[in-house]
Design a protein around this ligand. Sequence first.
Ligand SMILES: Cc1cc2nc3c(=O)[nH]c(=O)nc-3n(C[C@H](O)[C@H](O)[C@H](O)COP(=O)(O)O)c2cc1C
Length: 210
Amino acid sequence: MKVLGIIGSNRKAGNTATMVSKILSTLEEMNIETEKLFLSDYNYSSCNGCEGCRKTYKCVLKDDMQDIYKKIMETDAIVIGSPTYFYNITAETKAFLDRLYCYEIFDSDDRSVWIPLNEVLGLKYAVTVSVCEQEKEEDMGFTPLALSKPLEALGYRVIENLKVLKVFEAGKVNEIPENIKKAENAGKKLGRYMLLRKNIAGSIKTDNKQ
Ligand SMILES: Cc1cc2nc3c(=O)[nH]c(=O)nc-3n(C[C@H](O)[C@H](O)[C@H](O)COP(=O)(O)O)c2cc1C
């Protein structure tokens, strides 16, 4: 079992990174392996809509997204965070999510029939983290939905959409224990889902052997 943390802020010691890192360290304490990446460390373009992925479910663009695809395929859950930039996710996060379009499979005659690759390979879990400076949820605009809707369409069960308000300076989130608690709770919840699933899978295998 492995969880991939994906950070859509350029601020490596920023609020999004802090929240995602706390969720991951909570999972590590539950003996669940994690890996973290900053999208800003990868060079990738936005989706160009070439539809080159139609038959293979693989993106044909040869850039650093290829490394991220490998990590995504290897993991059972993702924790993705983005700060709010003008009521939405950051450009890096949007481009990243659009590049996951290769994992949507459409019926060749009827495009209203489509399934995510995860529906075939097995559902995965996700937690989203949205971070903004202002104090009202409406100041986050589309951020939480811009993260969760594509993931749901990609066959992720989004078990928590964390919203962190009123943090501006990088790392400010650390000074507010309530936020750190929120991250720990989200990590524990995700961990419990993963362990429950693993235990059920194990008991089904044992039953079948009897
Ligand atoms: C280009 C830009 C646009 C922003 N737009 C918003 C906004 O619409 N609403 C808001 O509350 N905060 C906005 N912010 C503030 C950030 O969301 C906030 O500082 C956040 O804590 C940054 O997270 P980070 O430390 O993970 O980078 C904006 C910041 C930048 C740089």
